[in-house]
Ligand binder design. Structure first.
Ligand code: BEZ
Ligand code: FE2
Length: 407
């Protein structure tokens, strides 16, 4: 048994002060340090530094490790030139993103308190690294391929990757999962087959959705910047699906829809009705010039959302605090304390619920994953702890996963 105490503990009932947590690999009890010490006299005692806040480990639901080597190769500013640059540089970036480079980025995430991440994997290259890292990994095998001619072959390759991630050792903390690349890039027949696999094995399911205006124009009118792209690379002028048909394909299985920046209120409302959730990637959206997710509408419609970094293919770091600070700036109209609290919730309890994991909350019976944030002085008002955490923290001071100290 271990007992950790901190000035503040972030619980489902808000920040509580002068409490401690007794834990093994799961959380056993929350009470005052004195009570827990008396009850478990042999426990290993962990005293955090002054002005520390104990959080559940943070969860980054959406990252592409395979593009970790990108720095200046990809063109930022607007979606289509970026996608063109991905096609041009993909092979080089993926081969430069070797295990050492990806491992480095996993450590960067860990230092920012990320104890769980959702790895969107196009090729399966990062499975080995994900088996080695100390973090929990939801391993999203991604399906891509709009061309019916190659669909069976691409589906076969996808299923091999799904099976490989399903046969990982339990000690690796890997949860196999399924990602659909996007409406424009996945043929409806293999889309349905992949969704059925997720349902059959109850795997987390995610998809990119309405990331850009170009995607909307293509799916709605077969027009816009995607027209030239599909003519050039696939010799086709017709989208394989439309927005409604694609959305309806997920009807009976709650799915994590990434971006949704160009979704209408009606579409967001539909996602809400069907129990779906949204992965919000503020810096990625800004860097690719696709617009701002109306977080106020997401909240009004009561759609659960997570804040995620996306990959270094559309970002400058995988640090969660960098992402949260960007979210504070992007949603400049929102009351800052409320937004800060909502953002912390989005990377803890809400993200855990979205991915179906038993972490993300400091509550009895939950997995003992913690991130300790040490502030430079005592917060004066409880409602501002989330804000000062986001504004003043570059890296956390300690991380525990499954009850073990990893930082
Ligand atoms: C496709 O298969 O349609 C596709 C693949 C990569 C990017 C965009 C589309
Ligand atoms: Fe992504």
């Amino acid at each position: 048994m271990k007992i950790i105490s901190a000035n503040y503990i972030y619980t489902p009932n808000g920040f509580v002060s002068n409490k401690a947590v007794a834990f093994t690999d799961t959380i056993k009890e929350i009470d005052t340090f004195e009570v827990l010490k008396n009850k478990y006299p042999d426990a290993h005692i962990i005293k955090t530094a002054a002005n520390s806040v104990l959080f559940p480990g943070f969860i980054n639901t959406h990252v592409h490790l395979e593009f970790s080597a990108n720095k200046t190769s990809l063109k930022y500013g607007s979606f289509m030139p970026w996608l063109d640059s991905v096609i041009e540089h993909r092979e080089d970036i993926v081969s430069e993103s070797n295990n050492a480079v990806m491992l480095d980025q996993c450590h960067a995430m860990l230092r920012s308190g990320i104890s769980t991440f959702g790895a969107i994997s196009s090729f399966g290259n990062e499975l080995e690294v994900c088996e080695k890292v100390s973090q929990r990994v939801v391993f999203f095998n991604e399906l891509i391929g709009s061309n019916a001619q190659y669909a069976d072959m691409l589906y076969g390759d996808f299923m091999e990757r799904v099976n490989a991630s399903m046969s990982c050792e339990a000690s690796s903390l890997i949860t196999p999962a399924i990602a659909i690349h996007a409406a424009y890039s996945v043929h409806p027949i293999i889309l349905q087959k992949a969704i059925n696999i997720a349902k059959t094995h109850t795997l987390p399911l995610s998809t990119h959705f309405l990331e850009s205006q170009a995607e909307r124009e293509w799916l709605e009118n077969a027009e816009g910047a995607f027209k030239g792209f599909f003519k050039k690379y696939f010799n086709t002028q017709t989208p394989v699906t439309n927005i409604k048909e694609f959305m309806y394909a997920f009807d009976t299985y709650p799915t994590h829809f990434t971006h949704c920046v160009q979704a209408t209120k009606e579409e967001l409302s539909y996602l809400s009705q069907k129990g779906h959730s949204i992965a919000h990637c503020p810096r990625s959206n800004r860097y690719l010039g696709v617009g701002r997710l109306p977080l106020e509408t997401v909240k009004e419609l009561d759609i659960p959302y997570s804040v995620a970094t996306d990959g270094l293919s559309s970002n400058d770091s995988l640090n969660m605090f960098d992402e949260l600070r960007a979210a504070l700036m992007l949603h400049h109209q929102a009351p800052i304390d409320l937004l800060a609290n909502s953002l912390i919730r989005s990377i803890t309890s809400d993200a855990a619920d979205i991915l179906g994991l038993n972490c993300g909350r400091i509550a009895v019976g939950k997995l003992a994953d913690f991130a300790v944030v040490t502030l430079s002085e005592t917060p004066k008002r409880e409602e501002e702890i989330a804000l000062w955490t986001i504004l003043h923290t570059k890296e956390v001071s300690e991380v525990y996963i499954n009850g073990e100290k990893v930082i």
